[in-house]
Design a protein around this ligand. Structure first.
Ligand code: BGC
Length: 250
């Protein structure tokens, strides 16, 4: 069995688990520490190292990171400290935890996990996964191939603000609206994405995926809409799968 440590760095928590990258299943318990506020490079590296240290593990560590990540470097910082912009996530986290770290965008990681082991398995058309949490993350696949760093949560929506400012779970909590009222907004967002990309399937992930049954009735795009099967563990699982691939030079 190939066990790899996957860590999902989120705006509110840093969560890790050992993942069997053959089956995509978690092995043993998850460990979570709250994301330090502000989530500066230094503070977040300490939290990352704390999660790694919890596991009796030696080997490559996969990291889903909540920003644009190109060649290990962060290029945005919507829900983390702006000090991350231009910083190398992989070398900073590697230094902090003493193991090689492979970092990719968190929603791309969740998408890879769903395509490989979950709701997107065998899907050959155009698939869009949206993670709904503090921000809105996206992963876009065509014939199983990822187009990385799509950032569809940052489409400008109203008042020159990004869609995530209105359609994330954090936005729902800020506006103190019901899940039904939020779902109507979110449905507009899905229709907008459908006008742009004509997907065959939407997969909804992130913390909000576990309440899918409460709002599915409000979602009316032509494309199928399904919840992520790996629920909120998709980011951890995809991060581990990404590290396994990168460490083997695939
Ligand atoms: C970030 C994305 C991230 C998403 C979910 C957004 O604010 O820009 O990179 O995937 O939040 O964490």
């Amino acid at each position: 069995m190939d066990l790899i440590l996957g860590i999902d760095v989120g705006a509110s928590g840093v969560k890790g688990a050992l993942v069997d990258v053959q089956s995509g299943r978690l092995q043993g318990e998850r460990y979570r520490v709250p994301t330090p506020q502000p989530a500066t490079p230094q503070a977040l590296s300490a939290a990352f190292a704390e999660v790694v240290a919890f596991f009796d593990y030696r080997g490559p560590v996969g990291c889903g990171f909540p920003a644009i990540v190109k060649d290990g470097v962060a290029h945005s910082a919507a829900n983390i400290d702006a000090g991350w912009i231009g910083d190398n996530v992989e070398s900073r986290f590697s230094q902090a935890c003493g193991a090689p770290v492979y970092a990719t965008n968190d929603a791309d990681a969740a998408g890879m996990a769903e395509m490989r082991y979950g709701a997107g398995r065998g899907e050959q058309g155009l698939v869009i996964l949206i993670t709904i949490g503090t921000g809105l993350g996206s992963a876009l696949f065509y014939r199983g191939m990822l187009v990385p760093n799509t950032e569809l949560g940052h489409l400008l929506w109203k008042k020159n603000k990004p869609a995530e400012a209105f359609c994330s779970s954090a936005a729902r909590e800020r506006a103190k609206i019901s899940r039904a009222a939020w779902a109507k907004r979110f449905n507009d967002y899905l229709h907008h994405l459908e006008r742009l990309f004509s997907p065959d399937l939407f997969i909804l992930g992130g913390g909000e995926s576990k309440y899918f049954d409460q709002y599915a009735q409000y979602l009316t795009p032509r494309a199928r809409v399904v919840p992520a099967q790996l629920l909120n563990n998709a980011g951890i699982i995809g991060a581990a799968a990404y590290a396994a691939e990168q460490a083997n030079g695939l």
